[in-house]
Design a protein around this ligand. Structure first.
Ligand code: FES
Length: 273
């Protein structure tokens, strides 16, 4: 059983929890994820490790209440326990050797991009953090992001924070102003990651994205998380979740992501009853 040590509400839909899991905290690296189960017989969901504290033995997860399991999780309080918390899973991000990096987060993807940006900063890279949200009420982790970036740009789709536009507009501006990035990391909704990759492809800037497909076992056995990368089938849970964004078949990934929408809706409805 895994105790919820701290719970924070980051915006009306997004919560953060520090879970006591010393064995995972000891080995966790940016880019890796955990799979949790709230109760016996419940769904297993993968969540990216948003941060870790090796001294305290805690792992931070950040999630949006979009379905039955994340709603159940969001209703849990400090002091309660999760049934299963397995990890760290997946390949850690390879972040050594870069000089100037644009780390881009879209919505909740910002929470996933945060540990990458933090590690790059600690390795001495110059980090430009670009985060996009639908409106100002959904902005998360502003203080934390500011602390680990050399420059930060927060943009909103509706301009309610004073900066209207998409993350791709900001990235294009920065490139136009002469910033020479040797790496771009983009994490967020598939259409956003695709748009970033379309832009960076023209400038031949290496671009890493993080895939978050449906996962079942998380061990490479079930094939549920398959993605096509450079024409080859890969499993996000063991080969990723980071991949070369210029090689991903985004159209297939978007089709697969919408496959279980009906089941998810009906499961969430059952939970309401
Ligand atoms: Fe089953 Fe990746 S979740 S193969």
């Amino acid at each position: 059983m895994y105790k919820i040590i701290r719970k924070r509400v980051l915006n009306p839909y997004v919560k953060s929890m520090d879970i006591h899991a010393p064995a995972i905290a000891k080995k966790a690296e940016p880019g890796q994820f955990i799979i949790l189960r709230v109760y016996e017989g419940g769904e297993r969901i993968p969540l990216t490790i948003a941060d870790y504290n090796r001294v305290e033995g805690t792992v931070t997860i950040i999630f949006q209440e979009v379905g039955k399991t994340t709603q159940l999780l969001g209703n849990m309080e400090e002091g309660q326990h999760l049934l299963d918390f397995v990890g760290p899973l997946g390949e850690a991000s390879h972040l050594e050797g870069y000089k100037k990096v644009a780390v881009i987060g879209g919505g909740l993807g910002t929470a996933i991009a945060f540990p990458q940006a933090k590690k790059l900063h600690s390795l001495g890279a110059q980090v430009h953090l670009i985060a996009g949200f639908r409106n100002k009420d959904l902005i998360i982790l502003e203080e934390e992001m500011t602390a680990i970036s050399d420059e930060i740009f927060i943009t909103t789709d509706d301009g309610s924070n004073g900066n209207k536009g998409f993350v791709t507009n900001v990235l294009q501006n920065q490139i136009d102003q002469g910033n020479e990035y040797d790496l771009v990391i983009a994490i967020g909704p598939l259409p956003m990651m695709k748009a970033v990759c379309d832009l960076t492809r023209d400038y031949e800037i290496k671009t890493i994205i993080s895939m978050n497909p449906v996962m079942i076992d998380g061990t490479g056995m079930c094939g549920g998380c398959r993605v096509t990368v450079g024409g080859k089938t890969k499993f996000a849970c063991v080969d990723g979740p980071d991949f070369d964004g210029h090689l991903i078949d985004f159209d297939e990934a978007m089709r697969r992501q919408s496959m279980y929408k009906d089941q998810e809706r009906s499961s969430a409805k059952d939970h309401e009853c």
